[in-house]
Design a protein around this ligand. Sequence first.
Ligand code: SF4
Ligand code: SF4
Length: 79
Amino acid sequence: MPPVIDHKKCVKCGYCAQICPLDVIKIEVRGKEKKTVIKYPEECWHCRACEKDCPVKAIHMRYPLSHLMLHMKPDGGKH
Ligand code: SF4
Ligand code: SF4
C-alpha cells in the first residue's frame, strides 16, 4: 500500500517526488494549482524515504498486511 499524503500539511515542495527511487510520487501542475499525488501506488516498495525526508511530516506509510505480519510473533505479540 502506498504512503498517504496529508494535503493540509503538504507545502508542495516536490522533495518526495525527487527522492522516490521508483517515481511513485508526482507533483501535478494545473494552471496555478500544484498537487502532490501518489501517481503509481502499486510501484511503492515501502522504503520510507519520502516519509523520512518530508520537511513538514506530511507523509505517513501504510503497510500491507503481509508486511505487518512479518513483525509479529507467533503468539500475536510484536517484536
Ligand atoms: S516532501 Fe512533503 S511537503 Fe514536500 S511535496 Fe512531498 S509531501 Fe508535500
Ligand atoms: S516509500 Fe519509497 S518507494 Fe514508496 S513512495 Fe516513498 S520513496 Fe517512493
